[in-house]
Structures are given as C-alpha cells and as structure tokens.
Design a protein around this ligand. Structure first.
Ligand code: NAD
Length: 300
C-alpha cells in the first residue's frame, strides 16, 4: 500500500535527534525521500558539530529500505541553507516539504542573560527558519512560474508553548518561538498564491532539550515519546493537507489541538488626555480575557 507521503521529498532540519529524528523515520515509513539535516550540535548550540547523528538516521532509514541523504548545514547560515535546498533537488529531483525543526536552548533569567545567549538562540530559531524557508520558497515560486501550476508544497515550522503562552527563564527562546508563530501566519498568506501551505507545531516531547526540566517518571516517558508529535508533521507534509495553512498545532502525548492567535479584545473610545486613561484601562482589563498559562488555559 502506498504511504501517505509516497514519493514526496522532505527536508527535516535538526533531524538527527529528538523530535526531528522521529519525523525523518515516520516520513520514510510513509514513503517520503528524506534529507536529514543536522550539524550535530550540543544542546546549547556550542561545539564543532558533526554529521554523525544525521548519518545514523540515514542509515536507519536505508536499513528499512527507505531513501535518505544526510546534510550538515547550519540552518542559520544563509549560503548553507541554500545549499541544503539545492542538495534536495539535486539528489531527488524535487522538493515537496521543508520542516524547520532545528533548535537550541540557552535558558536564563533576563537579568542574567548575556548578549551571546540572546543572539545565539534568536539566530538558530528565527534566522534558521527564515533562511531555509526563503530559499525553498524561491525554488517553489520559480517552479510555479515555469509550469503555471500550484506546487502543492509545505513548510512546517517549530514553535513552542514557551513562546505562544510564555515561560519564565526563556525570554530569548520564547521571543524566537513567538516570532516563528508570526512568521508562519504571514508566510502562509504570502505563499498561498504558489500553492505552498505554512503551518507550525508547538511540540511537547521528552528529549535532551527537556529531560532535566522535571523528574523523568514512567508516565512522562510514555507521554513524552516523540512518536506522538510526528503524525501531525507527517500529515502536514502530505498532499492531503493542502487546505490547511497558517495554523499552530499543539502536539504531544497529552494533547493534539490548535492554538488560537491574538484577537482584539474589549475596546474603548480613544482619548487624547493621559489623565483620563486610569479608569478606561481598568475597565478594559476587567473585561479582557486573561493571558494563557503554559497549559493553554487562562492564567489565574
Ligand atoms: P534536540 O536537541 O533533541 O534536537 C535538535 C537538533 O537540532 C539537534 O540534533 C541539533 O544538533 C540540531 N541543531 C541545532 N542547531 C542547528 C543548526 N543551526 N543547524 C542544524 N541543526 C541544528 O531537541 P528537540 O527537543 O528534538 O527539539 C526540536 C525542536 O522542537 C526545537 O526547535 C525545539 O525548540 C522544539 N521544541 C521542543 C520541545 C520539547 O518538548 N522537546 C518543546 C517545544 C519546542
């Protein structure tokens, strides 16, 4: 029986470990040809990196009869990101989906956060999403122009509840992940004309990124298996998902849902005198819905 992604060519950034690795394996099981990108970084993005983790995933896919190739680009490097898109097309003849998943963490209270800790996280997540997306989108735009047909292609970005809802100690990471949410919505509107959908996933899984955040119980191990996150990513890569774009999916072993974006809440008549603001703002705040906590529900 043909798989859900039979013959589709998919790049997974940060595909050597954790959630990305699971994406690669499940995509291959569903018939996709996979470009496994990973520069083999440490959790905080330091170190020289190595192709090792990506090559291990490629070997695993090939051992099961699938097709895959390793790529060692730093996704936040403009030229290397272009090289990754070119490699997919040169190796497999086309590109159908890009999953921007690579990420690092440098958690710190903002009063203690260094400039380097801020810059590194913003670069890998935000530029590491923009650069591959830019080059892939140009490839698809050219294809659309040349053929006159919708390309039926996909971008899947990676956000986090730390960004869309907000988590203490992660102003750098959360700002990047909230930025990726905005990027997703805007890119989905821009790329619709070529037949490219753009969605994001806020995943939850037990990986080296999260293993030391709380005690690792048997329950946490079971619900933290990245296998719970991969199905929505694989489905979004398929041709079947063509009518879904601009959405933020929350996916883990405990939830599969859609996070809803900002909406304008209560309003008041504008005034020019700041002395009048006190009671107006008090009324607006009393009427407005509370921000969400990390569980996506109203913060008390
Ligand atoms: P992970 O550390 O297991 O895997 C991330 C991979 O990205 C690593 O193999 C690393 O080498 C690679 N990488 C890092 N920087 C790179 C770069 N510049 N270029 C190429 N590859 C690079 O982490 P994970 O938990 O699987 O995280 C995957 C994604 O999911 C990240 O974007 C992360 O922020 C996000 N996320 C994870 C969770 C969770 O619960 N694990 C929650 C929210 C968001």
């Amino acid at each position: 029986m043909a798989g859900l992604c039979e013959g589709r060519v998919v790049i997974v950034t940060g595909g050597g470990r954790g959630i990305g690795r699971e994406y690669c394996l499940m995509l291959a099981e569903e018939g996709a040809k996979v470009v496994v990108n990973d520069l083999g970084n440490t959790r905080d993005g330091s170190g020289d990196g190595s192709l090792g983790p990506a090559e291990e995933v490629v070997a695993e896919i090939k051992a099961k009869g699938g097709e895959a190739v390793a790529n060692g680009a730093d996704v936040s490097d403009w030229a290397q990101a272009k090289g990754m898109i070119d490699q997919a097309v040169a190796t497999f003849g086309r590109l159908d989906a890009l999953i921007n998943n690579a990420g690092i963490l440098r958690d710190r209270m903002l009063v203690n956060m260094t400039e380097a800790e801020w810059d590194a996280v913003i670069k890998v997540h935000l530029k590491g999403t923009f650069a591959p997306t830019h080059h892939a989108a140009n490839y698809w735009r050219d294809l659309n122009k040349a053929t006159g047909e919708q390309v039926n292609a996909r971008i899947i970005n990676t956000s986090s509840v730390s960004g869309i809802y907000g988590n203490i100690g992660q102003t750098n990471y959360g700002a990047a992940k909230q930025g990726i949410a905005a990027f997703t919505i805007i890119a989905s509107r821009e790329l619709r004309r070529y037949g490219v959908t753009v969605n994001a996933i806020a995943p939850g899984a037990l990986t080296r990124l999260t293993e030391d955040l709380r005690e690792v119980t048997e329950e946490r191990k079971a619900s933290g298996d990245p296998k719970w996150v991969a199905p929505i990513a694989v489905w979004l890569c398929s041709a079947e998902s063509k009518d879904v774009s601009g959405r933020m999916f929350e996916a883990s072993g405990t939830v599969l849902g859609i996070a809803e974006g900002w909406h304008r809440g209560p309003t008041a008549t504008p005034v020019k005198d700041p002395n009048l603001m006190g009671p107006i703002v008090a009324e607006l705040v009393a009427k407005a819905r509370l921000n969400a906590g990390m569980d996506g529900k109203d913060l008390d």
